[in-house]
Structure formats: C-alpha cells, structure tokens
Design a protein around this ligand. Structure first.
Ligand SMILES: CCCCCCCC/C=C\CCCCCCCC(=O)SCCNC(=O)CCNC(=O)[C@H](O)C(C)(C)COP(=O)(O)OP(=O)(O)OC[C@H]1O[C@@H](n2cnc3c(N)ncnc32)[C@H](O)[C@@H]1OP(=O)(O)O
Length: 218
C-alpha cells in the first residue's frame, strides 16, 4: 500500500522546495496521501477528542488510557513528516481537507457566488450549553473565507482581520450551511463576507479582509 505522498496522479507537482515564502507555492491537492483509510483515521481522532471532552475516567482507567495513548503517540511520532507533504490539509476528498484541527466541513459548491459548505461542529467544539465555542466558529469562517479568497484571486492570501457577529446559538452535531464570498477585490485586498445558517436561522456572520501574498512573502 502506498502512502500516496509521491503519486503524480494524485498530487499537484511539488518540487524539492514546495513552499514559497510562508505558504505553499502551489495548491497541493491530493486524494491518496496517507492511504485509503486516512479519512477513517482522522474520524477516529475526532471521536477520541469528542470522548475526551466528555469523559470522566476513574483514576485506574486514566492510568490505562495514558499507557494506551503513549503507545499511539509513539507510533504517530515515528511517522511525522514536514507540513508540506503531510496529508492533513491537502486531502480534498475528505472533510476539512483531512485537517482535524478544523471543524469538519464538506464543500458542496464553488461558483461565482462563492463557496458553499456544510459544517458540523462536534462534541469537542463545545463552548457551553450544547453550543459551539465562538472561537471554533471563527476558525471555520477563517478557512472557508480563505477558500473564497483563493477562488476569487486564484492565489494565496492571509487573514488581516476577521470579525464575527454571533447572531444566535450555533448547535453541535448538526449540519449547518456556510457560505463565504468575495465582496470586493481591491489590489491585494480581498474583502470577504460569510454566513452560517442552521436551516433558516442565521447563527453567525463574518466580515474579513484577506491580503494576497506577494511572491516569496513570509
Ligand atoms: C477544485 C478546487 C480546488 C480548491 C482547492 C482548495 C483551495 C483551498 C485554498 C485555501 C484554503 C485555505 C485557507 C486558509 C485560510 C487561513 C488563513 C489564515 O489563517 S492566515 C493566518 C492568520 N493571519 C496572519 O498571521 C497574518 C499576519 N499579518 C501579516 O502577515 C501581514 O500583516 C499581512 C500579510 C496581512 C499584510 O501585510 P503586508 O506587508 O503584505 O501588506 P500591507 O502593506 O501591510 O497591507 C496591504 C494593504 O492591506 C491593508 N491592511 C493590512 N492589514 C490590514 C488590517 N488589519 N486592516 C485593514 N487594512 C489592512 C493595508 O493598509 C494595505 O492597504 P493599501 O494597499 O495601503 O490600501
């Protein structure tokens, strides 16, 4: 079984030095890095975080779990690679491109009106009272806003500011509808808006500025 990291069919061409300045020189899109079960692996990691968020282990069970997790961490530490070649963040076939640090989203459509995605906040995104933590809502907006910016300018940009208006509770474990779009492009400045809905109900809105990076910019 291949780890897919060098498969020319599944990755965009990246040379010896795949990054330029602070970001990738190319949009690395892969469907094979990490192997065919990388999605299940990521999902197990998310479920681990869900369970940890709500678990109250006995001291004896905590001892056992620490020993188990030490073994798992040793296995993972042995296969760590650099950020440019890691599957996380490049697997466009998986929720949130296989990046478990993002709220899992699935992009459902990209068109002239922007990026449309289904986002599901998990148990481990809990803020309080069954609602998502506001910081996680901002994370989802940052990534999907960056996506809309990338689509608008066909290039890489970085967040200069991002404001979220929290309009109503954002529920956990519910597929929510996210929409991000470029309202205006002015030179390197990309003004991005976003909304997050639970059905007809508006949960949050985003207003952000992304700056297109100059070649080689850190
Ligand atoms: C089939 C489809 C396939 C699709 C494939 C998938 C595609 C997916 C693609 C991608 C998705 C991923 C998306 C990820 C997104 C995540 C992004 C982040 O989280 S980035 C990390 C957080 N942000 C930072 O750490 C920035 C830190 N700050 C900086 O580095 C600089 O300040 C920077 C780059 C933002 C600007 O610095 P300067 O030196 O380049 O530019 P200056 O000259 O300062 O600003 C340019 C213009 O912008 C204005 N500006 C800059 N910052 C501003 C601010 N905070 N507020 C207002 N204006 C600002 C300035 O006034 C200037 O405007 P005037 O040209 O003079 O009109």
């Amino acid at each position: 079984m291949s780890d897919g990291s060098t498969s020319p069919e599944s990755t965009t061409e990246i040379g010896e030095d795949p990054h330029e300045g602070g970001f990738r020189a190319h949009t690395a899109i892969t469907t094979e890095r990490g192997g065919p079960r990388y999605g299940e692996f990521s999902e197990q990691a998310r479920t681990l975080m869900d369970n940890v968020r709500y678990a109250c282990p006995t001291p004896e069970l905590a001892d056992e779990l620490i020993a188990d997790l030490e073994k798992i961490n040793a296995k993972l530490a042995a296969v760590r690679i650099d950020e440019w070649h890691s599957p996380s963040g490049t697997r466009i076939d998986l929720p949130a491109r296989g990046n478990i640090t993002l709220p899992p989203f699935e992009v459902t459509e990209v068109n002239d009106d922007g990026v449309f995605a289904s986002v599901t906040f998990r148990d481990f995104h809990l803020g309080g009272n069954k609602a998502a933590h506001g910081g996680h809502v901002a994370v989802a907006f940052d990534d999907l806003g960056g996506y809309a910016s990338a689509v608008a300018i066909q290039g890489v940009s970085r967040t200069a500011y991002l404001t979220v208006q929290y309009r109503s509770i954002t529920p956990l474990n519910t597929p929510l509808q996210a929409h991000t779009w470029a309202e205006k492009v002015d030179g390197r400045k990309v003004f991005i808006k976003g909304t997050l809905h639970d059905g007809d109900r508006l949960c949050a809105e985003m207003d952000a500025l992304f700056i297109k990076l100059d070649p080689g910019q850190q």
